[in-house]
Write a protein that binds this ligand. Structure first.
Ligand code: BGC
Length: 763
């Protein structure tokens, strides 16, 4: 009896500690603190913690606050300002146990200052720049009271038909894994409990990028070796870097939806990888278990999800509705609920919210007078990161850089497109604050500007596509359509082109074309814009294409028509300035493709690191019975790792320090990089390795390291890479991760195709 009373005292002290500044001991001991708190919680309060709700403008705030005060909500997403979130946290502090709320958001590539889309960030191959973008995003989000982001998105994507290709970091396991770790560290800074950090919640676990046919939400069927070798490492890298959360994918994996997948969530994530954090479902995913056809009804869906270890349910009410009954009937155990609650509370603890529920909300008197104030943006940083992410694909006759004295015709539906410039998942970015290409070029040219603008074409002439794009976005038609006939638009642009020295055409996709639920069957630039390009080409004027798009496009015709092509993706708030910097040569482009550009949709998949085959196609040796499509050239339009510069680089004298490597030894691979051109510039030296013979078939090559190097004009540098046994390991048929003795080819190049090669033997 006495023991019980003491326990009661201890527990009530612990609950007081939620608010107190002078904390009693238990809060310092995370496990004890959470256990004590859980002992005081009713079943309803526990289930309340598992509920994550989306806050829309139309939602009744008063009712939400009442629910929070009753202990029925654990966190929100989409409420993104301090004055919006403070009353909700106040409500939580009025609840019986004063358990703080957390506030989440999709901070994917910037918060208020929008950085280039993730695919573009990856194109920079610049880990410092990527880190910097993530750190600023975290600081801005934290300053707006946010505690956690649903990012990074590290789904490997090898099928550019998938609209979410834009949101990931490309096709390569090594590159995406490196970036995954960098982004987690950037978001979480000195710890997810720091006032200027947000917790990272890596997504979409797992294999979402491999949806069949690139059609969003479709099924995934994949061999275990391929999963372990190619698709799982980026999630693992994010978790090893300390990601506090995981968002579970909407897709199924080999017949079992991720949301109900005990192998995925228990055996792999928790047991094999030792993940200790929060698992959040994706939007409505528990309910969708019924549609997947693995749950009869909501009750069974809730049971499958909680049993699989889905801690928080995003935006469906099934846990609240069904868990009490499931518990009563014995279909689930108290420990199923408790484990989930423990993870939610632990995440809140790790975000620093038990010590200070207002850690990121701050005091009302410190709220920014204007949430959208210019002074809150990080423009210089965004511009710098953006220009590092641009990829020069073509530059015939040194069409670029442009002379500022030239008379330039700027045309195309994306030249004045502030919304598109930000790309999809643009968090709290405001179109009015984004610099369009027109703005950027006009500013760069200053008073002497001889720039003439004509729209030239609409994004699409297909009404159905237009309606779809505008339906997808709630903030009123984001794809604006010029009602004039297509020919009138083209004629106007052609007239401007004829009067100019050079034509710059900003063409590609609207941002909504590369988004969630925006899978495409074609990868070309829409027909309305292709007509424009054709007409511009016919003027005979030098033609520069500035591409904006969120996925590789098939550019066969355009590659022939254009004199220069600059891939700019969707480059963010400062996109227009960054692109102008490159167009006018104030910055020498250094980006490299993080994903292969196919020649046509029919070639997909075209990822560079495919497995060896028995009848490979040999370039230059046409013949039947080799692996090829006979009706087109075999190979990509632009390979992985490709990108030009305004200067030229050459590689020579590749050498290995030895022809053998011991299991515990090191090998040095070196190459001389020379800037043989007339300008200073940066490039990316890439190291690929091929395991020539293995117990199972190995890829033709795999990226294993890279270095971004700046060289002055005429400068030479020897670049060294260290190779150890670790670089040679892979998952064999038994899923053991080990290297096998034998021959390895080492390739060094400035892209994945044009490489120097040397070999060694692993002893
Ligand atoms: C997406 C997630 C996102 C969530 C919340 C879902 O539709 O798949 O990536 O985090 O919405 O916005």
């Amino acid at each position: 009896m006495k023991k019980l009373c003491l326990l009661g005292l201890f527990v009530s002290l612990a609950s007081q500690s939620v608010l107190a500044d002078n904390l009693p001991a238990p809060i310092e001991n995370k496990d004890a603190f959470i256990s004590n708190l859980m002992k005081q919680m009713t079943l309803e309060e526990k289930i309340g913690q598992l509920r994550l709700i989306s806050i829309g403008p139309e939602m009744p705030r008063e009712m939400i606050r009442k629910e929070i005060a009753a202990g029925n909500i654990g966190g929100t997403f989409n409420s993104i300002t301090r004055d919006e979130n403070r009353p909700m946290q106040d409500a939580a502090m009025r609840s019986r146990l004063k358990i703080p709320m957390f506030f989440a958001y999709d901070v994917i590539h910037g918060h208020r200052t929008i950085f280039p889309i993730p695919l573009a960030l990856a194109s920079s191959w610049d880990m410092d720049a990527i880190y910097h973008s993530g750190r600023i995003a975290a600081q801005e989000a934290a300053a707006d009271s946010l505690d956690i982001t649903f990012a990074p998105m590290v789904d490997i994507s090898r099928d550019p038909r998938w609209g979410r290709t834009s949101e990931g970091f490309g096709e390569d396991t090594y590159l995406v894994s490196r970036i995954a770790g960098v982004m987690v560290k950037a978001f979480q800074g000195n710890g997810a409990n720091a006032a200027d950090s947000i917790m990272a919640s890596v997504k979409h676990f797992a294999l979402y990028g491999a949806v069949e046919g690139g059609r969003d939400y479709n099924t995934v069927d994949m061999s275990p070796v391929k999963m372990y070798q190619d698709y799982l490492p980026p999630y693992r890298a994010a978790i090893d870097a300390g990601a506090g959360g995981v968002m579970v994918a909407l897709n199924s994996i080999n017949g079992v939806p991720a949301t109900a997948n005990t192998w995925l969530m228990h055996d792999l994530l928790r047991k094999e990888w030792g993940f200790k954090g929060l698992a959040v479902s994706d939007h409505g995913a528990i309910f969708e278990l019924i549609k997947h056809g693995v749950a009869r009804d909501g009750r069974e869906a809730a049971k499958l999800a909680i049993k699989a270890g889905i801690d928080m349910s995003m935006n469906d009410s099934l846990y609240g509705k069904e868990l009490p009954g499931l518990l009563k009937s014995g279909e689930i155990e108290q420990s199923d609920i408790d484990n989930a609650v423990r993870e939610v509370l632990a995440a809140k603890y790790d975000m620093g919210l038990f010590k200070d529920p207002y850690l990121r909300i701050g005091k009302a008197e410190d709220d920014p007078a204007d949430t959208y104030a210019e002074s809150r943006l990080h423009r210089a940083d965004a511009r710098d990161v953006a220009r590092r992410s641009l990829v020069l694909l073509e530059n015939r006759n040194q069409t670029l850089p442009l002379k500022k004295s030239a008379k330039i015709a700027l045309v195309g539906p994306l030249a004045k497109a502030p919304i598109d410039m930000m790309g999809s998942w643009a968090a709290a970015g405001r179109p009015a604050q984004s610099v369009t290409l027109f703005d950027g070029m006009t500013r760069a040219l200053g008073a002497e500007s001889k720039l003439v603008y004509a729209r030239g074409a609409n994004i699409t002439g297909d009404k159905k596509v237009l309606d779809y794009l505008n339906f997808l976005n709630f903030d009123a038609p984001e794809v604006v359509d010029d009602p004039r006939p297509a020919q009138v638009l083209i004629d106007e642009a052609v007239k401007a082109a004829k009067d100019a020295d050079v034509v710059v055409a900003a063409v590609g996709e609207s941002r909504g074309m590369s988004h969630e639920s925006s899978s495409r069957t074609e990868l070309n630039i829409p027909a309305s814009q292709r007509e424009l390009i054709k007409a511009l080409k016919a003027t005979g004027k030098p033609l520069v294409l500035v591409l904006m798009n969120g996925r590789p496009l098939s550019l066969l015709e355009e590659q022939q028509q254009a004199d220069a092509i600059l891939e700019t993706w969707f480059s963010g708030t400062e996109g227009g300035n960054a692109i102008a910097d490159v167009l006018f040569g104030d910055y020498n482009p250094s980006g490299k493709l993080p994903i292969t550009f196919p020649r046509s949709v029919g070639q997909i998949p075209t990822y560079y690191n495919h497995l060896s085959i028995g009848r490979p196609f040999t370039p230059g040796k046409p013949g039947n019975y080799t692996s090829q499509y006979f009706d087109d050239i075999t190979g990509p339009l632009y390979p992985f790792g490709y990108g030009l510069s305004y200067t030229e680089f050459s590689l020579s004298d590749m050498a290995l320090s030895s022809t053998t490597l011991n299991k515990t030894g090191k090998l040095d691979a070196s190459v001389t990089l020379e800037n043989t051109g007339k300008r200073d510039g940066e490039t990316v030296v890439q190291l690929y390795i091929q395991d020539v013979t293995g117990s199972i078939i190995r890829p033709v090559k795999e990226l294993k390291n890279f270095r971004k190097v700046m060289l002055k004009a005429g400068e030479k540098k020897v670049i060294h890479f260290t190779i150890t046994e670790d670089d040679l390991k892979f998952f064999n048929a038994q899923l053991q991760y080990a290297a096998e003795p034998g021959k390895f080819n080492v390739q060094i190049g400035l892209d994945s195709q044009d490489v120097k090669q040397q070999s060694f033997e692993l002893l």
